[in-house]
Design a protein around this ligand. Structure first.
Ligand code: PAF
Length: 295
């Protein structure tokens, strides 16, 4: 495996490794890798003959452009990450410094995620999806293979809004890359894998389990043709010990527009997505689940 830190090294490594290959899979990450990331790399590995993983904690997608505790406390563990990626079979790792990614400081020109980035997660984290779209656009330019190689990029479905925003960016701005969402990995107790889980105390982790329990219940209600009790589900999260509800919404999976109240008064007839965010102690957790009506 090739560990690169500069754009020049990355481009040279991709050029050298591309000979005779047919496709490149990119897995963008912020490091602190866990089983969820390993499944992104595994899927990229199984669908491509060249796999590049980036590790960069992107200040643009944090509050105050990274001048905040969330950014400062974000776990950084490059040597553990590199060991995991070696094991998972990545070919090239790109772990740039901030200076390498943003040599002129905060960029003047950004990719704007528009109203799609202002809802749900974006309502609590203004500017977050603009920061994500901007760094992902840069990573697509930096890792895009030359010649006829197919180019695919892998994102965890746990960040459903991120997947939707990036798909829309690719469609609106004609990026020559196929976006491949990868299903959520859950621990045996149901908690969706996230780097933030490391920051939960054992008791907080137990409190957090209500989130996936509520989502599973909504999924089962839809699958068995029942009308969803969305307000009841919200109330259960609000009244759950140690939990503060940020949002619980049923949305269209592509546009992220909320499903109308009149639609929710009857059993769902087309697939939707339930998306949620809660705070448990100091940690904000997100999760989502596909709702598939009875066929
Ligand atoms: O999902 C993440 O880890 C980040 O938002 C991403 C896509 C690597 C962009 O910084």
């Amino acid at each position: 495996m090739h560990l690169t830190h500069s754009i020049a090294q990355l481009r040279a490594a991709i050029r050298e490794a591309s000979a005779g290959k047919t496709s490149l899979g990119l897995v963008p990450t912020m490091g602190a890798l866990h089983d969820g990331h390993a499944s992104l790399v595994n899927q990229a590995r199984s669908e491509n003959d060249l796999v590049v993983v980036s590790i960069f904690v992107n200040p643009l997608q944090f509050e105050n452009l990274g001048d905040c505790d969330d950014f400062r406390n974000y776990p950084r563990q490059l040597s553990e990450d590199v060991a995991l990626l070696e094991e998972a079979g990545a070919d090239i790792v790109f772990a740039p410094t901030e200076q390498e990614m943003y040599p002129h400081g905060t960029p003047l020109l950004w990719v704007r995620s528009g109203t799609m980035g202002e809802r749900l997660e974006g309502a609590s984290r203004p500017g977050h999806f603009d920061g994500v779209a901007t760094v992902v656009a840069k990573l697509f330019h930096l890792t895009r293979p030359d010649g006829a190689l197919a180019f695919r990029a892998y994102f965890g479905q746990k960040d459903a809004q991120q997947v939707a925003v990036i798909k829309r960016m690719v469609a609106d701005l004609n990026f020559p890359v196929e976006i491949r969402p990868v299903p959520i990995i859950r621990a045996s107790d149901g908690l969706a894998e996230s780097s933030r889980n490391q920051r939960l105390a054992p008791e907080e982790r137990t409190h957090a389990l209500v989130l996936s329990q509520v989502l599973h219940r909504l999924r089962d209600e839809v699958a068995s043709g029942e009308v969803i009790d969305l307000e009841g589900a919200r109330e259960e999260l609000r009244s759950s010990t140690g939990v503060t509800l940020d949002h619980l919404e049923i949305v269209d999976p592509a546009s992220l527009e909320p499903v109308s109240e009149s639609t929710l008064r009857e059993p769902l007839r087309s697939p939707a997505l339930v998306v949620a965010a809660i705070h448990v102690g100091p940690v904000r957790l997100i999760d989502n689940m596909e709702l598939r009506p009875q066929s």
